[in-house]
Design a protein around this ligand. Structure first.
Ligand code: SF4
Length: 102
């Protein structure tokens, strides 16, 4: 009885650990607009909402998806950005560190 219980508990533990290890990359959290670095860079989840007065060089065609620091493909809904380690940014987002993708 006790041995069966021990096996059961080990199975649960192993399965739980496996679930964590098998989490897909897209389970990463999306960057919070209140993140201090995001605030400092004028980050917005929609490029159309960028502060035009504060960032006069911004234009509506600048988005994360066409930024050199974006780690995803053009059509991806969201992807990591090298500036914000461990976080995802939406393809249509923007920040003042935007650099045209070559
Ligand atoms: S650096 Fe580029 S990809 Fe990263 S948040 Fe700013 S605009 Fe988006």
């Amino acid at each position: 009885m006790i041995a069966n219980r021990r096996v059961f508990m080990m199975t649960v533990a192993a399965t739980g650990a496996g679930a964590v290890l098998l989490q897909p990359a897209h389970a990463q959290a999306t960057l919070d607009v209140k993140d201090p670095q995001a605030v400092a860079l004028g980050y917005v989840v929609d490029t159309a909402k960028a502060d035009a007065k504060k960032y006069p060089k911004h234009s509506a065609d600048q988005t994360c998806s066409n930024c050199a620091l974006y780690q995803g493909k053009a059509g991806d809904a969201a992807a990591p950005c090298t500036l914000f380690a461990g976080k995802l940014v939406p393809g249509k987002a923007w920040c003042s560190a935007w650099v045209k993708k070559a």
